[in-house]
Design a protein around this ligand. Structure first.
Ligand code: SAH
Length: 598
């Protein structure tokens, strides 16, 4: 068997058969950009849906002798061996590659089990003899190879480009590649890391007899793209708190970062798999400690960037919406540091969605105003025209930083003639497991909010669309809303099941990374789901995290896991049946602990 990797982009591929096996083959081909034609009289729902969406062409009929010849690659997966054999013969006669699922004799190629991390692919073949063995081996390697390998390969590709541009001899190139590999790959543990810019510059520069990379002589112009002299500062919006609301671009910048400077509001959105080598700097205001002054934050960003690092400045919501991102960008521009802004989902929009409040609504609210409510406490100095806002009935008014100033805001609006019966709400820690919502009339809101003891961060929302809050409370109705569950990361989709049921999931690699510890501590956990005794061992030391309070329920799958947790002195242990499927698991956790706590 001679292994190859085919480029299927825009190649015409034929799949014969409409069952589950055909579906998997079609999905695999589509992922690689193939143009797929399906020939089958009947097809399972997902295949029919792909055809209806125009993603594949579906010839709704039996296979006709000879037609395989018009394609580039052919796969047959019908349950009729005669048909499969015909397809194979037609393809083979036409010199086209053909594969019949689970029938090695009718194959001119086999599909290996594969592991994918970004552009990195490992293929495991058994010449069609024992696909089950290849699949199990794949499962084993899936666990051993972390997600960082994809980022690592991307970094290696960038490094190769840089090396090539130096115009070195082949041995000089190879010595640089060796350095990259030796410094970034831990062969014992099969882990890899993305090197820092500074490291790469050093490897590129190399020996005394070799040409050096000269640092840029002039001050780099502000704008994206790291240069030899200064790194890049990305002002990244982390979104409102729910980790899934970080943008794809923001996630990529974090994966590429050498250093992350994060605010408290953003701590819970750090990717738990950030390699330990990434510097983490907390600068936000935390309970009981002074915030780092703005000038110090800016100075830190400049320092890191001047050292050639890729820096992510991670800020809650959107960096430019009441986030002082403008001030940081101005300071970076003044210092000549290249920077970019990756917008985030601002809390003033996202928390409304999670609280059942449309930001605008036809015929009800035709304007959305985002204001700083803090400003209302500034007496006559206030820059917000509360008087004008009070007169705008068909609008949604969203006030940031509004908890302390709530009574002043309401007083100003009422003074200016706003209807005291206007629907209004306060949303605390919107989109997170700690979200709480108080809905009242404008006049009653300060008292209602005080009774509930709402604390920052919270938003005020005033306007007619707050009237939808109960009907549209999709989040509050999810079975696991309010749960913050710690699990050991695995590729089995369980985290998604729990998230879909409303839980905030902290999925941590074992052993834990520093970033995972920051995320754990960002908000109280409500539970920890452990599936095997070794997960108990891996998490045992983490029970001292500020996020792990006495209320954490230890959901243990199987008696062996529970017994290990008991031996380690864990509290509030709940034993889950090993046979539970994800839906059963969700229902069990939603029902709450059964055992007497303690
Ligand atoms: N740049 C951020 C806002 C920073 S100002 C953004 O775009 O969202 C800080 C204020 O934002 C807090 O006082 C609070 O009013 C609001 N805020 C941020 N996150 C919030 C959340 N998850 N729920 C409710 N309010 C939030």
């Amino acid at each position: 068997m001679f292994p190859v990797m085919l480029d299927l982009e825009n190649r015409r591929c034929l799949v014969v058969g409409g069952g589950g096996v055909a579906l998997r083959k079609v999905q695999g081909l589509l992922e690689e950009g193939a143009l797929v034609t399906l020939v089958a009289p009947e097809a399972v729902g997902p295949l029919a849906a792909l055809a209806a969406a125009g993603r594949i062409g579906w010839e709704r009929r039996a296979y006709q002798a000879g037609e395989a010849g018009g394609f580039w690659l052919v796969v047959a997966a019908t349950d009729d061996r005669a048909v499969n054999a015909q397809v194979f013969r037609d393809a083979d006669d036409a010199g086209i590659w053909a594969n019949v699922a689970d029938d090695p004799e009718l194959c001119s190629f086999h599909l290996p089990a594969r592991i994918r991390r970004g552009e990195l692919q490992l293929a495991i073949g058994s010449a069609g003899e024992a696909p089950f063995a290849a699949r199990r081996l794949r499962g084993l390697l899936e666990q051993r190879l972390g997600p960082e390998w994809g980022e690592w390969l991307a970094a290696a590709a960038r490094f190769r480009d840089q090396v090539r541009r130096l115009g070195l001899t082949a041995p000089e190139q190879e010595s640089r590649f060796d350095r990259f590999f030796e410094a970034t790959v831990d062969g014992e543990n099969l882990t890899a890391r993305v090197p820092t810019r500074a490291e790469q510059q050093q490897w590129l520069a190399a020996g005394p007899d070799e040409r050096r990379v000269e640092p840029a002589a002039t001050t780099p112009a502000p704008g994206p793209g790291p240069t030899a002299a200064a790194g890049l500062v990305s002002l990244v919006g982390a979104g409102p708190g729910c980790p899934g609301l970080l943008t794809v671009r923001g996630r990529r910048r974090l994966a590429e970062a050498d250093a992350v400077v994060y605010d408290r509001l953003a701590a819970g959105t750090l990717p738990c798999d950030l390699p330990a080598a990434v510097e983490l700097h907390a600068v936000g205001k935390a309970a009981g400690s002074q915030p780092v002054p703005q000038e110090e934050i800016t100075a830190l960003l400049v320092l890191l960037a001047r050292a050639g690092k890729r820096v992510v400045r991670l800020k809650g919501g959107d960096p430019y919406v009441f986030g002082r991102g403008g001030e940081e960008a101005e300071a970076l521009a003044a210092e000549g540091i290249p920077f970019e802004v990756v917008p985030g989902v601002t809390s003033g929009v996202a928390a409304l969605a999670w609280a059942g409040i449309p930001a605008t609504h036809r015929g009800e609210a035709v304007r959305l105003s985002l204001v700083t409510a803090h400003d209302a406490a500034q007496g006559e100095e206030s820059l917000v025209r509360w008087d004008l806002l009070a007169g705008d009935e068909h609008a949604t008014l969203v006030g940031y930083m509004g908890v302390a100033a709530l009574p002043e805001v309401v007083a100003r609006l009422l003074d200016a003639g706003m209807d005291p019966a206007t629907p209004a709400a306060v949303i605390e820690q919107g989109t997170t497991s700690a979200q709480r919502r108080v809905v009242a009339t404008l006049a009653e809101l300060p008292a209602a909010s005080a009774r509930a003891g709402l604390q920052p961060p919270a938003l005020l929302v005033i306007g007619p669309t707050v009237g939808h809050a109960d009907r549209l409370d999709w989040f509050g109705r999810l079975p696991l809303a309010g749960q913050r569950l710690l699990i050991a990361a695995a590729d089995d989709g369980l985290a998604f099941h729990l998230e879909d049921a409303g839980a905030e999931v902290v999925s941590v690699p074992l052993p834990l990374t520093p970033a995972a510890r920051v995320v754990m501590a960002a908000r109280p956990l409500t539970g920890c789901l452990v599936r095997r005794p070794d997960e108990v061992d891996g998490l045992d030391d983490e029970r001292c995290s500020p996020g792990w309070g006495a209320e954490v329920v230890a959901w243990c799958v199987g008696e062996a896991t529970a017994s290990r947790a008991r031996d380690c002195g864990w509290q509030r242990i709940e034993v889950l049946e090993e046979a539970l499927d994800p839906a059963g698991l969700v229902a069990r956790i939603a029902a709450g602990p059964r055992a007497a706590s303690g």
